[in-house]
Design a protein around this ligand. Structure first.
Ligand code: HEC
Length: 254
């Protein structure tokens, strides 16, 4: 995760391996279930708190309307917040990449595939693992992404903590509400990584229905074919071939 220039590649690889191993057991899965309403809530929260900096370029605003069943007016009011956003284009950040690079030293990445790349538990844990670190330029550090350039944009909801977990300031939300909201943002990013998920789920029952219908037709057909044969079985189940219809095309039958 760390992209530090000047660090030898091998050392970097070993370090990141160490970080991965050290935190592999401590990733937390987002609470709650994945549903369209969670994704809609997450999309609105994302627009409010994340799209100042991050693009989700593979999601066009009009696609959100189709996939999530939102109206164009709702999309325009709640999701298309950055000025210059176009309904037919991908979700854009409010801040220009050049401006962001000046502020954070690194442009905020496009989050289109973040859940596919890192998994939901990593993204959820990352968002809830910021801690106050006065030695950092932004004042923030992160337990699963050390020396991260992103500030803790959710601090006002979730509160401010030290690395050891001591609370410095309470958040405006209860811990349960805060975690539900972060989970909704992660649900939205999961959908962004796999935008056909709802269309596929809607198609599922029809595909199963078609298979059941096909099985039924095949069964009736099998029954019709075997009826002729079964009618000719004697008490022991042997088939009386002499009673079978003759094949008129064979020369020795004529
Ligand atoms: C003020 C700008 C800003 C805001 C707002 C912001 N981020 Fe970030 N984010 C960044 C920067 C800069 C990075 C790159 C950090 C680095 O590489 O050190 C980043 C990195 C990330 C990453 C890691 C990406 C990767 O490829 O490893 C995730 C995930 C992420 N942000 C999610 C979010 C979410 C979700 C929100 C909204 C709750 C959000 N960010 C709000 C600036 C921002």
């Amino acid at each position: 995760m760390m992209r530090k220039k000047g660090v030898p590649v091998l050392v970097g690889a070993l370090l990141s391996l160490g970080v991965t191993v050290a935190h592999a057991g401590s990733l937390i899965s987002p609470p709650g279930s994945f549903s369209k309403s969670t994704v809609i809530a997450g999309a609105k929260l994302f627009a409010d708190h994340c799209s100042a900096c991050h693009a989700v370029s593979n999601l066009r605003y009009n696609r959100l309307a189709i996939d999530l069943g939102m109206s164009k007016a709702e999309i325009k009011k709640d999701i298309m917040l950055p000025s210059g956003a176009n309904y037919l284009n991908g979700m854009k950040p409010a801040m220009s990449q050049a401006e962001a690079k000046k502020w954070f030293g690194i442009p905020p990445p496009n989050l289109s595939h973040i859940v596919r790349a890192e998994g939901e538990p990593w993204v959820y844990t990352y968002l809830t693992s910021f801690y106050w670190d006065p030695t950092r330029p932004s004042g923030w550090n992160n337990r699963v992404f050390p020396e991260v350039a992103m500030p803790n944009v959710l601090a006002s909801w979730g509160g401010i903590y030290t690395k050891s977990g001591k609370q410095l300031k309470a958040g405006s939300e209860s811990p349960a509400a805060y975690h539900r909201q972060v989970a909704a943002i992660v649900a939205f990013l999961r959908y962004a990584s796999d935008p056909s998920i709802f269309a596929r789920e809607a198609l599922g029952p029809y595909v199963l229905g078609a298979l059941v219908l096909l099985s039924l037709v095949s069964y009736l057909l099998k029954k019709a074919y075997w009826k002729d044969i079964d009618d000719r079985r004697d008490a022991e189940g042997h088939i009386n071939t002499s009673a079978m219809p003759k094949n008129k095309t064979k020369p020795d039958d004529t």
